[in-house]
Structure formats: structure tokens, C-alpha cells
Design a protein around this ligand. Structure first.
Ligand SMILES: [Zn+2]
Length: 133
């Protein structure tokens, strides 16, 4: 059975803090924001004030939104079914996500995906998820 789903079980407002606020503001504006180190130039996710590789200072950067599926799992017994997994962003980091607007049975490791934004059910900021490119 193929599932085409936009709705995922619950999309609630995440806890935000000063470190992550620009990430959620960006998502609400349709931008996937990541942190880039000003010293070693590596990009990381989730957002942190200091670089997890060299402890250098970081700045915000808009990611391309292009990624490839690293791994995924389909929760077929959930109601409604949903698919989660990691995608590797074009900029380097891997991000845990739900997959939306797609046939879960057609998902493949290595598949090109792109970011899309889903409104939270309780009025919070939009959240980034991924869908086939
Ligand atoms: Zn660094």
C-alpha cells in the first residue's frame, strides 16, 4: 500500500531559545538556516553558538534546501503513517526530518530531496521537512 501524506502525527511548536530563534524565524520565512564557522568554514546543524569542530565563532547562512536521503524508516503502523529519516544537506550536515508530500514506498536512500515548510498545528513557527526533489 502506498501512502501519500502531508499530515504527520503532530507538528507542535518546538521550544526556542536565543541560540535557535534565527533558525525558526528563517523557517517561518521559508528559509532553511544553518550555522557556518567563521574559522574552519564547516557548517553544522543543530544550531550552536560555537563551532562543534573547532570552537570558533559561527554565523547564520541560508542553506540551499537541497539534500540526499541518508537513511529513513516508514512508520506504517502509526495512524496516519509517517516517514522519518536523516538527510544530508548539500552544505554537509545531516538533519533528522520527516518526509512529506510523497509516496513513502517510493523513497530511496540517496534520493534527491528538497526542503519544504509545514505550519505547526498550534500557531508556532513553520518547521522544515523534506520532500522528493
Ligand atoms: Zn570551526
Amino acid at each position: 500500500m502506498a501512502y501519500v501524506a502531508r499530515k504527520i502525527p503532530f507538528v507542535g511548536t518546538p521550544d526556542t531559545n536565543p541560540e535557535t530563534k534565527p533558525f525558526f524565524q528563517g523557517a517561518d520565512a521559508g528559509k532553511l538556516m544553518v550555522r557556518r564557522c567563521t574559522s574552519c568554514k564547516k557548517v553544522h546543524h543543530y544550531p550552536r553558538e560555537l563551532c562543534p569542530f573547532c570552537f570558533g565563532n559561527c554565523e547564520w547562512q541560508e542553506a540551499s534546501g537541497k539534500a540526499k536521503i541518508y537513511t529513513f524508516s516508514v512508520m506504517e503502523r502509526a495512524n496516519p503513517p509517517y516517514a522519518i529519516g536523516y538527510v544530508t544537506l548539500e552544505e554537509g550536515p545531516s538533519v533528522l526530518t520527516n518526509f512529506v508530500d510523497c509516496d513513502f514506498k517510493a523513497l530511496k536512500i540517496g534520493q534527491d530531496v528538497k526542503v519544504t515548510f509545514v505550519k505547526t498545528e498550534d500557531g508556532g513557527p513553520s518547521l522544515p521537512f523534506f520532500t522528493p526533489a
